[in-house]
Design a binder for this molecule. Sequence first.
Ligand code: RAT
Ligand code: ZN
Length: 423
Amino acid sequence: MNANNTQTIATPEQLKSAVWDAVENQIVTDIHTHLFSPPFGDLLLWGIDELLTYHYLIAEVFRKSEVSYEQFWAMTKTEQADLIWQTLFIENSPVSEACRGVVTTLDALGLDVRSRNLQDYRQYFAETTVEAFIDTVFEQAKVSKVVMTNDPFDPAEAPVWASGDTGDARFEAALRMDVLINTYQETGYEHLRGLGYDVDPNLLTEKSYKEVRRFLETWIQRMNPKYMAVSLPPDFEYPHDGILGRLFDNCILPISREFNVPFALMIGVKRAVNPQLQMAGDGTGKADLTSLETLLRENPDNKFLVTLLSRENQHELCVIGRKFKNLMIFGCWWFMNNPSIIEEITRERIELLGLSVIPQHSDARILDQLLYKWKHSRQVIADVLVEKYQTLLDVGWTITASEIERDVNNLFGGNFDRFLNGS
Ligand code: RAT
Ligand code: ZN
C-alpha cells in the first residue's frame, strides 16, 4: 500500500480515479465459467471461430439472416462463423452485447478492428498455442482463477478425472448436477448404475440415497470442487415430493454440509423453448422465490450460492439475502449479463446488501471471452461504486483509496473465499 492510499479522497475526480484504478487492477476469481484446463482437450474452446459461433450469437444470426435451421446446422464451424461475421458484423453494426464483446476482445488482443479482416484474425490464432493464449488472457483480463463447470457423467471429462491431473491449477472444479437432478429418471439413473451405484429408478429407498451420497463423496474427493451446482426451471419447488426433493433432502444437502461444499442454485432457465436453436434455444421465466426462502430457512447449516435468470426476481432475491446469511448472491447470469441490467442489479444489491455479494461471474464458454466479459462488467460496477461512495463524501464521510481497494477486493474474490471457508 503506498502512502497516497491512506490519504482521504477530496474531489469527485480523485474518487473516480481511485475507484477505477481499484476495479481495473483488481485480480478476479471468476466463480462460474464453462472453460476447461488444457488436459480436457477439445472441451477448452478458444479462437475467433469459437467466439463467433458462441450460442448467444447463433440466436442473433437467425433474426437477421435467411438461413434455415437445417442449413445452419449442416455448415462447418468455419462456415457458421463466416455467416455470423458477414450478417452481424458487416451487414449490420455489432451493437448487441454479444457482438460488442467480440469487437472488444479483438481489440484487447491488439488486432485491428478497423480492418474487419476475418482472415487476419484467424491467422493470429493459428500462430498461437493454447498454453500461451491462456497466459495472455488471464494476465490481460486480470483473472487469477476460473471455476469450470464439470459434469461427472460427461465421457469427455472422464479420462482427465481418472488421470487425477487437471493440469493448470488456475482452473478449479465445480460439480455440476443437472443430469442427476433434472434428468434422474431419463438418464441420471442409468449413468449411476453404469458407474456401479445400486440405485432404483424412482429413488425411493434408503439404499439408493446412500448410493447417491457415495457417488457425491467420490466426486467431491476426485474433483475437490468449489461448490456443487444445478440449474433449475422457474417452477422449481421446495419442499418437493419427488425425485428433486428426495435428492436434496437425503443426498445433496447432507453431503454439502458434511464436506462444507456449498450448493449453487441457478434458477429460472426454461430449457429448449425453441429446440431448433439447440443450445441457443433456452429461455427465461420468473420464479416463485417462496421455495428458495423455505430452503434457506429449513437448512440454516447449509451454504447456498444463488443467481437468478429473471430480471423480475432480482429485487426479491436481495430482500431474501437480508434474511439469510447462508445465502451468497452471485453474478448477473446469462440474459442478465448486459450493461443496463448489470448496472440495475448491482445498484439494487449494494443498496440492500452493501458489499456482501459477489457482483459478477463471466459464464465464459470461450477463453477469449474473459477479456470482454470482465472489461464490460468492471466498467459498470466501477460506475455504480463511484456513485455510492460519492453520496458518502457529499455529507463529509472520509474515504481512502486503500479502503476502496479493500472493498473491491472483497467483491471480486474475498467474499467468495470467506463464504467457502467460513464454518
Ligand atoms: O450462459 C450460458 O452459456 C448458458 O448456456 C448456460 O450454460 C448457463 O450459464 C448454465 O450454466 O446453465
Ligand atoms: Zn453457465
